[in-house]
Design a binder for this molecule. Sequence first.
Ligand SMILES: *[C@@H]1O[C@H](CO)[C@@H](O)[C@H](O)[C@H]1NC(C)=O
Ligand SMILES: *[C@@H]1O[C@H](CO)[C@@H](O)[C@H](O)[C@H]1NC(C)=O
Length: 338
Amino acid sequence: MFSFIYFAFASLLLSLPLLCSAAPLQYRRSQASPQKRDSYTLQDTYAGANFFDSWTFFDSSDPTDGYVAFRNQSAAMSQGLAKVDSNGTIIVGVDSTTTLTTDQLNAGEYRGSVRISTQKTYNGGLFIYDVIKMPVGCTTWPAIWSTATDSWPNNGEIDMIEGVHESTQNQVSIWLGGVKPSSRSISGSVSNLVENTDYSNCDSTTNDNGCPTMDPTQNGWGANFNANGGGVFAKLWDPEVGIKIWHFTRSNIPADITSKNPDPSSWGNPVSFLPNGDNCDIASRFKDHMLIIDITLCGDWAGSSYSCGGTCLAATGDPSNYVDAQFMLNSILVYQAS
Ligand SMILES: *[C@@H]1O[C@H](CO)[C@@H](O)[C@H](O)[C@H]1NC(C)=O
Ligand SMILES: *[C@@H]1O[C@H](CO)[C@@H](O)[C@H](O)[C@H]1NC(C)=O
């Protein structure tokens, strides 16, 4: 006890001069920086106890053919599938307690899950997602993405976080809305992955998969991501620049993100970059996106890639497959260049 008090007292003394000099140091540094950059103003904060007030719960059958029953808001909240815990952690998950019989599943009585979208729509911005945990488990197909409220795919789709089952890699996919662009060459200092992408093939009407790019790191998705306390995903959607996605592990989150003064020009290569240009006019191909979070089961991707034994449908009957099938987030912040 004595040594604890002594330690606390000593560290208080030590920290005082640091606290006092923090502000002027920061001020000097920003004055000294010669580099011109956009500055960003916080527009929307999705966080805290009222998080779900600004989202719509989608409760129709899954457009991607999953064996899932998306719950409306009152059902999702009363069943604990959508909640904000006492620490302000936002949780969106799959029912992990109900057992479903083969008869129930064959009758289309599927497992409860959540698909939510923002009531507000966007035509650009800098979107910062602080994610603590990704859903993992056989049959799962979670995604954090954005698209327009209607006329899909004409207004494009940006899949920032997406994977299936027990994958360890995040797949970022960008689907262009509108007519197919002619082939274009990609240049600039972007990751190899993006340079290898053929953007002439991103048109959703001719390529059913959009333009996928795999985050090469093994900690951007799934169990490894979760074991490290998650991290931050940033999406810059700037009609003049293009669309860029970054991923930072929890221990590598840039200080300017933490201090809510984000500076994408300092973040290095994105995981994915679709540049604006003659063949791909970002402003006309991406419009009026709502932000979406969902977890479906089986369906077009997780169903066709299922390999955990038996059928994907039968596996959805077992609640033990869903003990880790939750997204946990601290916040989603939306900034606009100013
Ligand atoms: C929500 O769904 C439940 C069934 O899951 C249903 O009983 C209830 O009427 C629905 N509520 C609304 C507002 O649609
Ligand atoms: C809140 O955070 C504390 C400290 O990290 C943790 O012990 C506790 O389990 C958390 N509470 C909930 C409801 O997650």
